[in-house]
Design a protein around this ligand. Structure first.
Ligand SMILES: NC(=O)c1ccc[n+]([C@@H]2O[C@H](COP(=O)([O-])OP(=O)(O)OC[C@H]3O[C@@H](n4cnc5c(N)ncnc54)[C@H](OP(=O)(O)O)[C@@H]3O)[C@@H](O)[C@H]2O)c1
Length: 221
């Protein structure tokens, strides 16, 4: 697994270290070279730049979770009559685009992955994916299973016209949950009631909150 595309090489190296195994940091071209699948997880405004750097994507499976958001993340710039995933597929006709992972907030992924390795695993949460190429969808379903979800085939790529607005609704819940926890943490800190929670993620310049405390407040299908 190759982590690429960040302004910080150190961040990519840390991600690779944390992922263990054969993971490493590399350039986009290195990530693409022998990959079975590419996970596109950049802001919509960066997609063109990524494609330009990527070069030849012939035959590649691109799993995208990128929502076609405007610059200040308040609205979808493509919706109803098309979707971000369909727009991407039109731009990289030589590759096979599958849409997945946009319907879950990233804070949830760690908990789902951790739960997968427990001996008495509860029922796996479902994760919807869609695409037009059968083999590419098989690759995506395997990835989804590896993370710890139960893959649910939602149909052809045009279904992302409905999934992407839903993902935006989920993202709004995530923003509200984070704001809520941030204000609770701030009042707890000012009242000196609690120590900071373990395993923090950055939630702003001065406040740190735990991943699991956010994911507890988020929907899983
Ligand atoms: N986060 C979620 O829960 C969630 C849920 C559903 C869908 N999505 C979608 O997933 C995508 C990624 O979300 P995110 O929250 O991870 O976005 P993000 O914080 O913007 O991160 C995207 C990546 O792009 C890199 N990047 C940004 N500008 C760059 C530049 N100029 N040059 C090189 N690298 C650059 C960032 O690296 P550095 O910042 O380290 O430079 C980071 O690794 C978005 O399209 C979003 O709509 C996210």
């Amino acid at each position: 697994m190759v982590f690429s595309y960040s302004r910080s090489q150190r961040k990519l190296m840390r991600l690779a270290r944390e992922a263990q195994g054969h993971a490493r940091a590399g350039t986009l071209r290195e990530a693409i070279l022998d990959a079975d699948a590419l996970l596109l997880a950049v802001h919509w405004s960066r997609v063109n730049a990524v494609l330009k750097q990527a070069g030849d994507l012939s035959g590649k499976v691109i799993v995208t979770c990128s929502l076609p958001m405007n610059a200040n993340n308040t609205a979808l710039v493509v919706a109803h009559t098309s979707s971000g995933a369909e727009t991407l597929a039109m731009r990289v006709r030589q590759a096979h685009v599958v849409s997945a992972f946009s319907t879950v907030p990233s804070e949830v992924l760690f908990d789902v992955f951790r739960r997968k390795s427990k001996r008495r695993t509860p029922r796996r949460p479902s994760l919807l994916y869609c695409g037009d190429d059968r083999n590419a969808k098989k690759v995506a379903a395997r990835l989804i299973r590896d993370v710890g979800f139960r893959p649910v085939d939602a149909g052809p790529l045009r279904v992302t016209r409905y999934l992407e607005p839903f993902s935006l609704a989920v993202d709004n819940s995530r923003t509200r949950a984070t704001k809520d926890l941030r204000s609770r943490t701030a009042s707890n800190v000012s009242g000196k009631l609690r120590r900071p929670p373990a395993s923090p993620v950055r939630a702003g310049r001065s406040t740190r909150i735990s991943r699991s405390s956010v994911s507890d407040r988020l929907p899983l299908l």
